[in-house]
Design a protein around this ligand. Structure first.
Ligand SMILES: *[C@@H]1O[C@H](CO)[C@@H](O)[C@H](O)[C@H]1NC(C)=O
Length: 158
């Protein structure tokens, strides 16, 4: 065995042991929440418009997104190992944005409206945040870990 390989062996073994806890890969890229616009007033059960322009920074055929309601201003540091929020107020679901004119497959396309959950636990005037996590699953050169990007917009309970 080559000298440097001998030195590396324990390091590689330690790395392999840690592999199951491979950290999530966060991207600073993200799409744009076009609707709802910032500071939209929301109430329990209200239907609000939803429109998200994906970034598709790794140019995949489909961009998986998840949509969340939070009671704090989220950052990517709040995403857990699977690119989800462990502490969301509400989860609207997982949707699939078709790129390059591709039609629906698998998960539904993003809905045009979202229905707010029961928000009676929050006093009027509370800041809430609608967050979209976009997953890039086609990053070069291939067989790369999933990358998660996130953006949010502020809502206000009426
Ligand atoms: C990540 O968040 C999701 C959604 O809240 C949750 O179901 C999952 O258990 C969390 N994973 C970890 C490792 O905390």
């Amino acid at each position: 065995m080559h000298f440097s390989a001998l030195l590396l062996a324990p390091v590689l073994a330690a790395f392999a042991a840690a592999a199951p806890n491979f950290p999530r890969v966060i991207s600073s890229s993200h799409g744009t929440i076009k609707q709802p616009t910032a500071e939209t007033a929301v109430t329990s059960g209200a239907s609000i418009p939803f429109s998200y322009q994906d970034s598709n920074w790794c140019e995949g055929g489909y961009s998986p997104i998840t949509v969340w309601l939070l009671d704090y201003a989220p950052t990517t540091a709040n995403l857990n190992s699977t690119g989800q929020f462990s502490d969301a107020t509400y989860y609207f679901g997982a949707f699939l944005v078709g790129n390059f004119g591709l039609g629906p497959i698998g998960n539904p396309v993003p809905p045009a409206t979202l229905t707010m959950p029961d928000m009676s636990a929050f006093v009027s005037g509370s800041d809430m945040y609608l967050a979209v996590v976009e997953t890039a699953n086609n990053c070069p050169p291939g067989n790369q870990p999933l990358q998660y990007g996130m953006t949010s917009t502020q809502l206000i309970t009426a």
